[in-house]
Design a protein around this ligand. Structure first.
Ligand SMILES: Cc1cc2nc3c(=O)[nH]c(=O)nc-3n(C[C@H](O)[C@H](O)[C@H](O)COP(=O)(O)OP(=O)(O)OC[C@H]3O[C@@H](n4cnc5c(N)ncnc54)[C@H](O)[C@@H]3O)c2cc1C
Length: 402
């Protein structure tokens, strides 16, 4: 088996790089998994890096006035396991807690019609707007990179059910204990090399050549041709299009941005770990200081569904990131910011909006020896590491069957 990667590093949209001024190896953006991401966990287990991701049994949401909700499992079985945490909190009023119980029961019992958007679905099951603002949207933004106003009903229901209702561990946030390169790139390369697989970087596939219903060769950027028995294209739809295999998805899937601001402080002493900051454009802040073994402070602020940042200048973006950090740090000790790096991924994830299903191609194509993989293929998962892992398993199984 041979792998050809256009960039000079592996990792794709989940990669690390060396930051110019601080010299630290950092990620393009914090990547997290949920406890319900079974395929991704299986993948990490297989390549030997599963222990590099810690699943935290507490997740904290901070509201507009500083009120907080700590989601934590009790001894009760699912779907009641989070009930004590919800009952205890002042984040919701008593009336909202009752409504939440009713809304969750409706979500469990009532699948949406295929064409409905999440907003219409939530309206149909009479979910109050406050619950959408306080809980549903922060969860959807984290998992789907879009809020109820844009997400598809099917995906929104799946995310809420899988993370909060189906199992006792689904809500747990899995955070890597260091750079993504140590979680994915290095162990994957080791795993592949030990099995005799050759990995070529800076090796773009320019074109696929077809005869009838077969690919006969692939042209590399250095002019060489390869002629394997089977081809798995695990590239984004626009790259596949350029290679000569057009999909409906390349033209029709909408993609959404994520903006990550890496904030470096002169002092490492920020005593919080991670929080979801509700109502802020930068909805998550992660303290990465100890994970990266740095002697200065390092926080990442992540803005999902980040269209609202389009057109802002860098100083405004950094200010918004710092505003989210200020809400997350419990004590008013604010170290001085010494450097900020903005990473803007304009095509971070595809939109699950009500047009995306049916657009996602399946692994098997009409070309006998060509198979597709990648988070945007038809996995029934949103654009995530979980979706990418499922797509890889599907492609491998399809080749074995053939
Ligand atoms: C900022 C950001 C934050 C994210 N946060 C999360 C998160 O918290 N949790 C989560 O689960 N997911 C997250 N995601 C999504 C996750 O990164 C993707 O779902 C996942 O990486 C997709 O993997 P993939 O292999 O399908 O595609 P990609 O990672 O896009 O890999 C495709 C690869 O193909 C290569 N390529 C393209 N064209 C060619 C060619 N012609 N020849 C050879 N190689 C080519 C590319 O260089 C790339 O390396 C995030 C994404 C971004 C951008």
């Amino acid at each position: 088996m041979r792998v050809f990667e256009a960039k000079n590093r592996l990792g794709g949209r989940a990669h690390s790089f060396r930051e110019r001024e601080t010299g630290a190896t950092i990620d393009n953006c914090q990547h997290v998994l949920l406890g319900c991401c079974d395929a991704a966990r299986g993948f990490l287990d297989k390549i030997g890096s599963a222990e590099r991701i810690a699943f935290y049994d507490q997740m904290t949401l901070i509201g507009a006035k500083g009120e907080s909700l700590t989601i934590k499992s009790s001894m009760l079985p699912a779907p009641l396991h989070l009930l004590p945490a919800i009952l205890r909190t002042r984040y919701f009023t008593a009336g909202e807690k009752l409504e939440l119980g009713r809304v969750f029961a409706r979500i469990a019992q009532t699948p949406p019609e295929n064409t409905l958007s999440a907003r219409d679905y939530l309206r149909e099951i009479k979910c109050p707007q406050r619950l959408i603002d306080l809980l549903i949207d922060p969860i959807l933004a984290s998992a789907l990179n879009e809020t109820a106003s844009d997400a598809s009903a099917e995906y929104a229901r799946m995310v809420v059910s899988k993370s909060l209702m189906e199992g006792r561990h689904g809500y747990k946030l899995g955070v890597p204990d260091g750079p993504l390169s140590q979680l994915i790139e290095v162990p994957a390369l080791r795993y592949l090399s030990r099995r005799g697989c050759m990995v070529h970087t800076s090796a773009k596939i320019e074109k696929l050549h077809f005869r009838g219903d077969m690919v006969t060769s692939a042209l590399l950027s250095d002019g060489k041709r390869i002629r394997p028995d089977y081809y798995v294209c695990a590239v984004p739809p626009w790259s596949l299009d350029e290679m000569g295999f057009a999909t409906y998805a390349a033209r029709r899937l909408r993609w959404r941005p994520i903006v990550c601001v890496h904030l470096f402080y002169d002092d490492p002493c920020v005593d919080f770990e991670r929080s979801c900051v509700v109502g802020e454009p930068f909805g998550w802040v992660f303290n990465k200081t100890s994970d990266f073994g740095l002697n200065f402070g390092y926080i990442q602020a992540v803005a999902s569904a980040a269209e609202s940042l389009n057109g802002l200048d860098n100083n405004d973006i950094i200010e918004l990131a710092e505003r989210a950090v200020a809400k997350a740090i419990p004590h008013p000790h604010k170290p001085a910011l010494k450097r900020a790096v903005i990473y803007n991924a304009s095509r971070a994830t595809f939109s699950t909006g009500d047009t995306s299903d049916g657009l996602r191609p399946s692994t098997v194509t009409p070309i006998q020896n060509l198979f597709l993989a990648g988070d945007w293929t038809d996995t029934r998962w949103p654009a995530t590491i979980e979706g990418a892992a499922i797509s890889g398993i599907k492609a491998a199984n399809a080749i074995l069957r053939r």
